[in-house]
Design a protein around this ligand. Structure first.
Ligand SMILES: Nc1ncnc2c1ncn2[C@@H]1O[C@H](COP(=O)(O)OP(=O)(O)OP(=O)(O)O)[C@@H](O)[C@H]1O
Ligand SMILES: [Mg+2]
Length: 463
């Protein structure tokens, strides 16, 4: 009997090595190489590949027929937004997230909704059919016509798929292929299973929703190889105790990757939240100093997000900079600009910053709002509850124009804000909102601070 060969595969990057190494030669991480049984086919046989047999000829671009993919609504509006407008038939969608966050719940709801118009198969490799049924009953979906399958072998699953157009695999880590002898959930198995599912999806036009578990470090287990194969990779994020979960597109071949969907988890199921004002805005804003609201652009939608800052005297040594939701380097740069250009000292202050609702803001348009919140915290003066600020800040302290200014001001108007502070460069594009909201264009950070916190006037009044 031929002796089975083993290879050592990095659980982080998927690099292979014939012997065990303490450090992965691919990504340089320590202790990540895991033993796997090498695939059985003899290399001599695999070396000779047959020609495809199809005689494809180059086609002029103009003559290529455009195929219009009619997107299918998933039944959950927030999910459709994240997917870029609905489900693309024949695509592979990976839904990743921490244990217990609600991946199965979300996909059960999607499957139940789709089963009204399509043939849907829900493959539960982790739970028994009766457990899935229990969940369906709890969610009020007991009458759904979807098919359930409790199976872990991929070949059997493939055989069981008949004329279904949508298949849910829950989860990829629990499924194994008999072609490999390593355990289900290992790098080789996950990669091979995902590859096989991709071939089925593309050849038979089946849409796959695949659940993927997240490792301790936050990466999808069965490393990056999984993300390459998928058309769309979605991450479910949020604290376990928190009812609100954020679904974020990490990769999307058919839409923007910056989309976020907000969901609320309840005993009756998971619901998309379209009015997210109480998630990203605190009800007491306008009372405490150090808070500022900004219309942030995330993907195709604009959201009003509150930034909260807190200053506390540094006890000893280096002052701390602790931003949650924005890049820490950005905070350091903005603090330097405020110190140098506006004379606000932070050298003996620990700075804490939090974007409410756990949202991540990566765009430069939040700069001016961060500066406004910090200046307010330093002056211990709150900004009006119905005032919003957006704009980029340059190192010279100038307020630079940003994209989607019109959309941002429109969102401010929609959400009932009365005043918006923004870079003067954007004035032309938002002038039409003049009669709906007070427009305050500013050229520099200093000008913004003077307009938000008009000190002289107050002092004169006191005199
Ligand atoms: N009977 C119940 N009543 C209310 N909420 C429940 C009930 N059962 C489960 N839940 C909620 O559903 C969540 C689990 O959802 P779900 O099984 O979809 O998570 P998951 O992401 O698929 O987890 P796993 O990774 O373990 O498969 C729990 O966190 C819990 O809040
Ligand atoms: Mg689950």
């Amino acid at each position: 009997m031929a002796k089975s060969k083993s290879v050592y595969v990095c659980s982080e990057c998927g690099a292979q090595s014939p012997q065990w190494l303490g450090r992965c030669p691919g990504c340089g991480k320590f202790g990540t190489l895991v033993e796997e049984i090498a695939e059985s086919p003899a290399p001599q046989k695999a070396a000779k590949r047959e020609r495809s047999g199809s005689f494809a000829r180059p086609v002029p671009l103009k003559e290529v027929r455009e195929e219009h993919f009619a997107r299918i609504p998933s039944g959950i509006a927030e999910l459709d937004v994240v997917l870029g407008g609905g489900i693309v038939p024949g695509s592979l969608v990976l839904v990743g997230g921490d244990p217990g966050i609600g991946k199965s719940t979300l996909l059960t709801e999607v499957a139940a909704h789709l089963s009204k118009t399509q043939k849907v198969l829900y493959v539960s490799a982790e739970e028994s059919c009766s457990q899935v049924k229990l969940r369906c009953t709890r969610l009020g979906l007991g009458g759904s016509s979807m098919l359930l399958l409790n199976e872990t072998c991929l070949e059997d699953i493939e055989e069981a798929i008949g004329d279904e157009t949508v298949v849910v695999i829950d989860s990829i880590q629990a499924v194994y292929t008999s072609a490999l002898s390593s355990a289900a959930g290992s790098v080789g198995q996950v990669r091979e299973c995902a590859g096989k599912l991709q071939r089925i999806a593309k050849s038979r036009g089946i849409t796959f929703f695949i659940v993927g578990h997240v490792t301790k470090e936050g990466a999808l287990a069965g490393p990056k190889v999984l993300e390459h194969i998928m058309d769309t990779v979605l991450y479910f994020e949020g604290e376990k105790e928190d009812n609100y979960k954020i679904l974020r597109a990490y990769k999307n071949r058919f839409g923007s990757v910056q989309e976020v969907g907000v969901f609320e988890m309840t005993g009756e199921g998971i619901f998309g939240v379209s009015d997210y004002s109480d998630i990203f805005l605190s009800p007491s804003r306008g009372e405490a100093a150090g808070c500022c609201v900004t219309p942030a652009e995330t993907g195709n939608r604009c959201m009003m997000v509150e930034l909260q800052t807190l200053l506390s005297k540094t006890a000893f040594g280096m002052p701390r900079r602790m931003p949650l939701g924005i890049d820490s380097n950005k905070l350091i740069v903005l603090i330097a600009v405020l110190e140098k250009r506006c004379g606000i000292p932070f050298y003996n202050q620990d700075v804490y910053l939090n974007a409410m609702g756990g949202i991540r803001l990566n765009e430069p348009a939040v700069d001016l709002s961060v500066c406004a919140a910090l200046a307010g915290a330093y002056k211990n003066r709150p900004i009006d509850a119905d005032c919003a600020v957006f704009g980029e800040v340059g190192l010279t302290g100038e307020a630079r124009g940003v994209t989607f200014a019109e959309k941002r001001v429109n969102e401010c108007v929609k959400m009932g804000f009365k005043k918006v502070v923004f870079p003067a460069k954007n004035f032309k594009s938002v002038k039409k909102f003049e009669d709906k909201i007070e427009l305050v264009p500013v050229r520099t950070v200093g000008e913004m601070i003077r307009k938000l916190f008009p000190e002289q006037k107050k002092e004169q009044a006191e005199e």
